[in-house]
Design a protein. Sequence first.
Length: 588
Amino acid sequence: GIPGDGCGFGYADRSMLTGGIERKSTFLLASMDLGGGHEVYVENRLTRAETFGRYAPAVGFFVVDAFAPTNPFNDDGIDGNERDIFAFHRFIGHGNRDETHNITEFDTILGIKGTVGASDIGYDVYVRHYEYNNRNEGDTYVITSILEDLAATGAYDVNNPLSQDPNHLAAVAATSATLLRDVFTKYSAAAVTLDGSAWEMPAGQVGWAAGAEYASNDYQDQYDSLREAGNITGSAGNSAAGDRTRSAFFGEIQIPILEMLEANIAVRYDDYSDFGSATSPQINLRFTPHDRVTLRASFGEGFKAPTLSALHGEVAESFNNGQDFLRCDAQGITNDIDCPTFQYQNFSGGNPDLKAEQSESFNIGVIVEPIDGLRLSVDYFEIALTDKVNSLSVQEAINLERAGVALPSGVEIVRSPAAGGIPGFINFINIPVANITVQDIAGFDIRAHYTFETATAGTFSANLDYSNISEFSEITIAGEDRVEFAGSIGAPDWQAVLNLRWQRDAYTVNLISRFTDGHGDGAYKSYNRQDITFNWATPWDGDIRFGVRNLTDEDPILENGTTFDDVAGAYLYDTAGRTVFFSYKHRL
């Protein structure tokens, strides 16, 4: 995207696609019978985790003074052609950027439950406290102000970041930075739920449930002072904090309308201190005309409150791939594949004016048991999301600009001045989160389960889950043409899981096949992974489990022949390869 010759950098050779992790966790569940149908209980989870990730050396622009010894336009002031320049390169002399996260999670629930009264009304009253703390340390970033000072004196060699000159090596050490970030979340809640039976109807008894909840949430994201001042090349960010309280009330009633027809009606009301309230109703119908046939349907409305980080998160810097189609079009490059890919500096962050996401969902299905042991179900579903919180990708912002579409509020592509009718190259892109997406999803799920029992050889079973997405479309900006993602890169039309199981006495063997359809108009081929597990329920109340994930060592599909796509590959495929595992659980 920049005129002239340049040298690309194979950053994927340095970066980790997935990081390392070491996790230690404990779980405690205890209860005590108080008599009279009452029980007190406590749950506790404690997790300590340390993760490690590696990224390619920092990359970014910095100013080189007009009279710096390494400035190619510096000719000692003889003809007055000296000028400041922007230098842009990978700081390979500084080395890779390494990130460690030390995470602690603590979650405790204390409650009492039971039944009261002659009508056997059930109750559950509990309090919960959850804390999350993430201490993040990042090595080998670059302090911009010191770098520019040392570049001006010539101590930092702008033209050769791998120089072994002692002055240059000293400059590398002086400009290297270790960054710190602390993320802390605290959540406290108290709730009560009641359930029981109401009046009797000809087709059966009416059931009900109701409850209330109050919760508070505090969020803090503390960055180091260097990033807050915008003085780091290779990373950015500012401290943020927020808090909210929420009150919720909910009720549900189950009505046997006819002997074959049952209705379930539920409603929930939530009131948030920081953005408002919402009511979410839902209705479910279940019709059983025959012992082996059941029809079901549901309709519901819902909402999702924006997270505290989405509301209060500050600006963060990144460099992501994109193709500047607007510039390529002006240069006469008519084939999009020939348009060069470049890593563009971009800034993303929170938005305190976010609204809640709204949803409507519809489902209709049938369950059939044609013979003993065989159960089949087919469900068709539709989900419509409005005001979906989203952040345009670098490429999406460029594509909208190419189409002549007004960018969403806050989104901005900043270019250098145009020359000869050709748009200037992109300096940076602002892409904050916003309520910018209307999303529609539709598809169907097929489930089949068959169990075959033998007198001596044990029990054999097969379970198939197949999910097909017929529509996965978005309107990123209201009024724009709808974009269909189903079948595109990262969004396969269908996925399926087949589980074959054999069980006899204390022994169980599972063979699991996971299928992923090809996507991206054939650019990414279909993928099939096999897992096998063996489980033994020991006589001493223990469970011994071992097996192999990705038995055939299938490689992830990370590129389509022309473009590397780590995002699609990381979440669709197994990037770890063949993995042997062993676990032991003991019941006290």
